[in-house]
Write a protein that binds this ligand. Structure first.
Ligand code: AMP
Length: 413
């Protein structure tokens, strides 16, 4: 199948060619005709599958064909994080490069005024995070009265982050008659429930096995003592000469400490998490993408949806508490048909986290120990890791519940 057989709009086809895409990905093959036909969609697609173009191209095609004289917001894309909003917005700009369609972006943590100006300058596409969108609606700077299509990108993460109330509120301000597209990397009861309230006779699209890790990603677990994880991380990057690696930690504190320690090891590293200002997050991401830093240490929320071209290596410095996050994490590599390697470091006492991950994957991840980093069996589990003690305690009380619960929902705290 070619893009030409999916899309007739020459301006969009030109932009697709500029992006270097030759063939549509499986999700694009299925979603583009369905969205053009006006169907609601429920799509199980991880990032890296080309899902952004799968909804952006047909939506832009409809807007361009209609060429509305009165410019109102007709397409709204909701994303859970600012970073994903920026990426989706950039994709709309790239794909819409040869059209006259204007896009706007709205997320929190930055001044609202320039956003209002951009929205009022005739934007027909708005990419937004839920909280800031509601600020705009309350201020009167956004009206969803003329909305034709509402897209939920990474809906599972939106629910994980506790945006249910915001979603309900946004729906109250949206017309009932509209097209709704829901994209989610994982499906659990909460997503199914949400989809029932949102979607009307949706077309189901699934491009990878539910809750399955990208097949192109080789996975391995290295067992190592907690207090040697940092050394092993720097060793892997240095000795194997990895140019770019994304490292995941469970907490913001660990992300900061690890990045600092790695710099001391001579590996340029930066951290990215929710306590950093938007400017600092953007800078860290830009420097990583430009190759100025070799290692980006991130928490799950901050890294969600990041698209880093050609990223080959992911290290889970700590396995996640929410087993599904493992899939999101390793999905940062092996994207758009490229291969990747995901290494997870596991110390004694963390086996329950792996069990929960393997339950979600429905397969075992091979375990190895690296020469020189074998476990010291005389040590107590979890001695001297970076983890903040208080957090460990609260999680360990919940760990049994998590290990038992393959849905791994994050409890409200
Ligand atoms: P996404 O799943 O939307 O985050 O896209 C992941 C990556 O795949 C992005 O870098 C896109 O630019 C790229 N991509 C999207 N569609 C295609 C395609 N048809 N061929 C090659 N790469 C693509």
């Amino acid at each position: 199948m070619t893009f030409l057989s999916l899309l007739s709009n020459k301006k969009l086809l030109k932009a697709v060619a500029d992006s270097g895409y030759t063939d549509p990905t499986p999700i694009q093959q299925q979603a583009i005709p369905a969205i053009l036909a006006g169907s609601d969609i429920m799509a199980g697609a991880q990032t890296g599958t080309g899902k952004t173009a799968a909804f952006a191209l047909p939506l832009l095609s409809k807007l361009d064909d209609n060429n509305y004289q009165i410019k109102k917001i007709r397409v709204l894309v909701l994303t859970p994080t600012r970073e994903l909003a920026q990426q989706v917005y950039k994709s709309f700009e790239d794909y819409g490069n040869y059209t006259h369609i204007k896009m706007a972006i709205a997320y929190g943590g930055v001044s609202i005024k320039p956003q209002v100006k951009q929205i009022n300058s005739g934007a027909e596409v708005l990419v937004a995070t839920p909280g800031r969108l509601l600020d705009h609606i309350e201020n009167g700077s956004v009206s969803l009265q003329d909305l034709q299509c509402l897209v939920f990108d990474e809906a599972d993460r939106m629910l994980d982050m506790g945006f249910q109330a915001e979603i309900n509120n946004i729906l109250k301000h949206s017309p009932k008659k509209r097209q709704t597209l829901l994209f989610s990397a994982t499906f659990d009861d909460a997503i199914i429930k949400l989809s029932k309230t949102l979607l009307n006779n949706p077309k189901m699209i699934e491009v990878s096995e539910r809750n399955a890790a990208a097949a192109e990603v080789e996975q391995v677990i290295y067992t190592v003592d907690a207090d040697r994880k940092r050394e092993l991380t720097s060793h892997l990057i240095g000795k194997r000469n990895w140019r770019q690696v994304l490292i995941f930690t469970r907490t913001k504190q660990t992300a900061d400490i690890l990045a600092k320690e790695m710099c001391k090891d001579g590996i340029k590293a930066a951290s990215i998490h929710g306590d950093k200002s938007q400017g600092a997050r953007n800078k860290a991401l830009a420097e990583f993408k430009e190759g100025k830093t070799r290692a980006l240490v991130a928490t799950d929320v901050a890294a969600r949806g990041l698209d880093i071209v050609d990223l080959q290596y992911v290290i889970n410095f700590e396995l996640p508490h929410i087993a599904e996050d493992y899939i999101h994490r390793i999905g940062r590599t092996g994207r758009a048909g490229k291969t990747g390697l995901a290494i997870s470091l596991m110390s004694p006492g963390e086996e329950w986290l792996l069990e929960a991950v393997e339950k979600v994957l429905d397969s075992k991840v091979p375990q190895e120990s690296l020469a020189g980093y074998e476990l010291d069996l005389t040590k107590k589990p979890n001695s001297n890791s970076f983890e903040i003690k208080k957090e460990d305690d609260s999680w360990s009380r919940k760990k049994k519940k998590y290990a038992d619960n393959s849905k791994g929902r994050r409890p409200r705290r």
